[in-house]
Design a protein around this ligand. Structure first.
Ligand SMILES: [Zn+2]
Length: 223
């Protein structure tokens, strides 16, 4: 629900309340409910076959926190710039808490967003960004580091010719035929909204030339 008069801003996207909105366009009640999904740790050393660090904000179990589900859905709509900024800032803080390389103003940090769906990419003339791209843009702005929209999804074979396992295969490739330019010292940060099995991140790592320094930043990790 969009609601805007005399600078009042939006209604809480979860319950519709117009009062006490937090920066995430949630009222205080819904905001505190969202915070219940906040991960106390925010770090995983990898997911299934993917053994690279994952930094995240929320523990996600489907239907366990309706406000978190709504937030992810809201972000997919791509409207809430302020929400991306707030969540981006939190992700950076989360990463800094865990230590590691200098992230701010570093030309050695490259954010690579999870690619938009193929149809969106085509519709926007091969330069599409969606929610992962928006988040990566905010992180890039906040860190003053690099961003490369380096990956695209590729066309899958006709669905009826494939079995279930094939359908689930993730198909990514480099956007540029000139490859992905990087220095061995670079830290590649793959940005996505929800990480479930880590299969997309693993595929991204492979397609990007298996960089030594590679990590995933996401909003929610599905355990
Ligand atoms: Zn609310």
């Amino acid at each position: 629900m969009e609601f805007n008069f005399f600078g009042w801003g939006k209604a809480c996207f979860s319950c519709g309340s117009l009062f006490h909105l937090s920066g995430l366009d949630l009222c205080r009640v819904c905001y505190s409910y969202l915070e219940k999904a906040r991960s106390p740790k925010g770090f995983s050393s990898g997911q299934n076959d993917f053994k690279k660090p994952i930094y995240y904000l929320f523990d996600w179990q489907r239907s366990s926190n309706p406000v978190l589900n709504q937030l992810i859905y809201e972000l997919k709509g791509g409207q809430a710039r302020k929400s991306f900024q707030i969540l981006g800032t939190r992700l950076i803080n989360q990463r800094i808490l865990w230590g590691g390389p200098a992230l701010l103003n570093s030309p050695n940090v490259i954010f690579v967003p999870a690619p938009a769906s193929l149809s969106l990419d085509k519709a926007r003339n091969n330069s599409a960004i969606d929610h992962a791209g928006r988040l990566a843009l905010e992180l890039h702005g906040l860190c003053k580091s690099r961003i490369e929209n380096a990956l695209i999804r590729t066309e899958a074979a006709p669905q009826h010719k494939k079995n279930k396992k094939d359908r689930q295969k993730i198909r990514l490739k480099l956007r540029s035929s000139n490859g992905f330019k990087q220095h061995p010292k670079d830290l590649i940060v793959f940005v996505d909204d929800v990480v479930t099995t880590g299969a997309t991140a693993l595929k991204a790592w492979q397609v990007l030339g298996r960089p030594n320094h590679f990590e995933v930043w996401c909003l929610a990790l599905r355990g």
